[in-house]
Design a protein around this ligand. Structure first.
Ligand SMILES: [Zn+2]
Length: 169
């Protein structure tokens, strides 16, 4: 059972060199997507899910023995970069735009680790940022993205309930 705040809140994160930044806008509890599976107690599960992943692919791609993810609908996340201009401007891209040939001015690198699976990294500093499917299945019609939990800002990681509470694979 998630201990996240039931109120709407925003998490922030990005890569180490700050070329790529993102906000995740989490709506209030009643507006969060209900997922097509239950938790171990049989209770309803809503996005976001925060979990530890033990699969070989994630281990290798992250270079870490465990990969922690925050999984949510793509529409909750926007991508951009802070410019050197004063005041800085923020480019807003949808998650699906990251795989276009010209993803704004973001130095993003996309890697197809499996068929229809995209993993994205910062092309300047190498920070591992996300995992997504190019097309959704009938079982999961809402486009989802998994954000690397460790790419969140420290203040966001310290929010109530922003902790893995499940293990997969
Ligand atoms: Zn970077």
């Amino acid at each position: 059972m998630s201990s996240l705040s039931p109120n709407a809140f925003t998490l922030h994160g990005g890569c180490d060199c700050k070329s790529i930044r993102y906000p995740i806008s989490i709506p209030e509890l009643s507006a969060r997507l209900i997922l097509p599976h239950e938790d171990p107690t049989g209770a309803e599960v809503r996005s976001p899910e925060i979990f530890l992943e033990h699969c070989d692919k994630c281990r290798r791609v992250s270079g870490a023995l465990l990969q922690a993810w925050l999984s949510c609908p793509q529409e909750w996340v926007e991508w951009g970069t802070t410019s050197a201009e004063k005041p800085p401007t923020f480019t807003r891209l949808n998650t699906a735009d990251l795989t276009s040939s010209q993803p704004g001015n973001l130095p993003i690198i996309n890697y197809a680790s499996s068929e229809r699976i995209i993993r994205s990294f910062c092309g300047k500093c190498g920070t591992n940022l996300l995992y997504m499917r190019e097309h959704q299945s009938k079982e999961n019609p809402v486009p989802m993205v998994d954000i690397v939990l460790g790419s969140l800002d420290g203040e966001s990681l310290e929010r109530q309930g922003v902790r893995p509470d499940r293990h997969f694979y």
